[in-house]
Each structure stands twice: as structure tokens, then as C-alpha cells.
Design a binder for this molecule. Structure first.
Ligand code: SF4
Length: 312
């Protein structure tokens, strides 16, 4: 096991030698965020992936994100440091189950959150992210019924803000769903001046209390532009690294999960599977590589392109 400097130097060298770009989600560990060429949320990363001229994309995130980069760049090599980096939302929406569910509502359009595997995207009319989901839903004619998958919490939030009734797939993010309302109330008593920010994957009770609800990119923007000095952060704690970079004089308190949760922190175990060492090895070996079948790539691209038309 080498120290972090060892990996940092070699990763940057390999990225140059192999004409590769390192994209990192803001839920990644700090050391990975700090050496990435770009750090952002799902929408920002998809945009950068769609425009890069690099021949290889190394994706420090989870599998559905790396798959999205591959769908947008079928001719490029996309590497994912740990192939086990899944997502509770994407993994609990299996293609065969979703096909049966969809068949129950033949006149419905499907809007799927980007946190899905390529096969679910291929069965969708639109893909959306938490940054643009509201715009996508509003762009669909009001008399057109919609299935929204796979996040029931984001879906319920969208029903509320758009006034649309949608059929929701019963999925959730294990990190956002674990946030404790009781601890949020305790924290708010302790820091009465603090602003509460929450990701819309959180449960309705948390969202009801939040001063601001948004994607990770929107939360960053909110924190940057608010006069408040203290923020209670209702999303994965990895974002705090970027918030501290953006506003070093402000204080950020991660919202803890329920007492009986198996993890005592607000971190995504899947996101944290990636390490500098795995990053180095995957660049050196050019493996594990994301491989998707050609027809699937084509069919999954269509709803993503439709998303970019509405949310350029
Ligand atoms: S934080 Fe939740 S939605 Fe994001 S990758 Fe982890 S399990 Fe999936």
C-alpha cells in the first residue's frame, strides 16, 4: 500500500500519457475530487462527458454514471475503478421487473431518473437528473400520463411542485432515505440560524423542513450566494468538500442518519468503494472497462438526447 502522493503523481502522469480525462462525482472521497479534471453532479458530469475530446474517460463515481458516459461516447473507452460501485436506486430497478410494470400502463410516457441502468434508460421516453427533472416534467403535455422511476421520493417531490399525478416506481436512495428527522430537529435547535438544505431524494418529512431543496449543483450555488454562515447538509457528506472549497468561511454540518442505521455517517458506501489505488490500477490496466451492447447504447441514448434538448 503506497501513500497518497505516490498514487496522485502516477494517476496524473497516466492520464496525460493515455489522453484520458478523470471525472469525479462530488460524493467521491476528497483525495479523488482533488485530482479530478472535473468534479460535479450527474448532469454536469454527463455534459462534460458528452463534450470531451479525450480518448478515455475514467469515471470516479458509480456504475450508472460510467454507463451514461459510455452511452454518450460509444467509441471511447470508459473505465470504472470498482465494478461493484452500484446504487440502491439503479440496482433495485431491474429491467425485467420494470418492463412488466411499464406494461401495466401502456398509455404512459416514462421519465427515468439518470440513476438507472442502461436497459431502463432504453425503455424510457426521457431521462432526467435532479437538476432538470422539474423542467422535463413540465415540458410534457399536461394530458400525457407519466411513469416516474426509480426514486419514489424525488417522484413525490416532483408531483408536489408540478401539480402532476405520476405513477411512481417504488425505489429509494439508501443514503437519503436514512436521514433522521429527529436529529434534524435537534440540530436545528442547536443551530437556529442554520439553513437546512436537502436533496430531493430525501423523504418528504425532511423536505418539508428544508429551507432549500435542490441537486448537488443547486445546493452549491445556494450556499455560495446565501448570507447565512451555517448550513445543515441533507445529502451525501462528500459534497461538503466542494462546499468548503466554495465558501471556506462557512460552517457545514452533515445531517446524520437514524440511530439504528448500519452506517453512522451520511456517506454512500457505493461511492466510497473507489480509492486512489483502484483509480491508479484501472488506468494502468485500462480495466475494468464499461461494455454495453450496440443496440442498447443506441436505445439508451435517445432519451438522454431528449433531456439535453430540453435542458441544454
Ligand atoms: S447516494 Fe444514493 S442515489 Fe447516489 S449513488 Fe449512492 S445509493 Fe445511489
Amino acid at each position: 500500500m503506497q501513500n497518497q502522493d505516490f498514487y496522485r503523481t502516477r494517476i496524473r502522469k497516466l492520464l496525460d500519457e493515455k489522453n484520458a480525462i478523470l471525472l469525479a462525482h462530488c460524493y467521491q472521497e476528497k483525495a479523488i475530487q482533488d485530482i479530478a479534471d472535473f468534479v460535479g453532479d450527474s448532469l454536469e458530469l454527463a455534459r462534460v462527458a458528452s463534450k470531451t475530446t479525450a480518448g478515455t474517460i475514467v469515471f470516479a463515481g458509480v456504475r450508472f454514471m460510467a454507463e451514461t458516459a459510455k452511452i454518450l461516447n460509444p467509441d471511447k473507452r470508459v473505465l470504472l475503478p470498482d465494478p461493484e460501485a452500484g446504487c440502491s436506486l439503479a440496482d433495485h430497478c431491474k429491467p425485467e421487473d420494470f418492463a412488466s410494470f411499464k406494461a401495466l400502463f401502456p398509455d404512459h410516457m416514462v421519465v427515468s431518473y439518470i440513476n438507472t441502468g442502461a436497459a431502463i434508460k432504453a425503455m424510457s421516453d426521457y431521462v432526467c437528473t435532479s437538476s432538470n427533472a422539474e423542467n422535463i416534467i413540465r415540458a410534457i403535455p399536461e394530458d400525457q400520463p407519466i411513469i416516474f422511476a426509480p426514486d419514489k421520493n424525488l417522484g413525490a417531490y416532483l408531483c408536489k411542485v408540478t401539480g402532476r399525478e405520476m405513477v411512481l416506481w417504488d425505489g429509494s436512495c439508501m443514503v437519503h432515505e436514512a436521514f433522521s428527522l429527529e436529529k434534524l430537529i435537534q440540530l436545528h435547535r442547536k443551530y437556529p440560524q442554520a439553513k437546512v438544505v436537502a436533496h430531493p431524494e430525501s423523504e418528504a418529512a425532511i423536505l418539508r423542513i428544508a429551507h432549500f431543496i435542490g441537486s448537488t449543483a443547486q445546493i452549491r450555488e445556494y450556499v455560495r450566494t446565501q448570507e447565512a454562515e451555517t448550513f445543515i447538509i441533507g445529502t451525501e457528506a462528500g459534497i461538503i468538500h466542494q462546499l468548503e472549497n466554495d465558501a471556506p468561511h462557512k460552517q457545514f454540518i452533515p445531517l446524520p442518519p437514524e440511530e439504528n442505521n448500519s452506517c453512522a455517517c451520511s456517506e454512500c458506501a457505493y461511492m466510497k468503494l473507489n480509492t486512489l489505488e483502484k483509480l491508479y490500477r484501472c488506468l494502468a490496466d485500462e480495466s475494468p472497462e464499461v461494455q454495453l451492447e450496440e443496440t442498447l447504447l443506441k436505445n439508451a441514448l435517445r432519451p438522454i438526447e431528449k433531456m439535453f434538448k430540453i435542458s441544454p
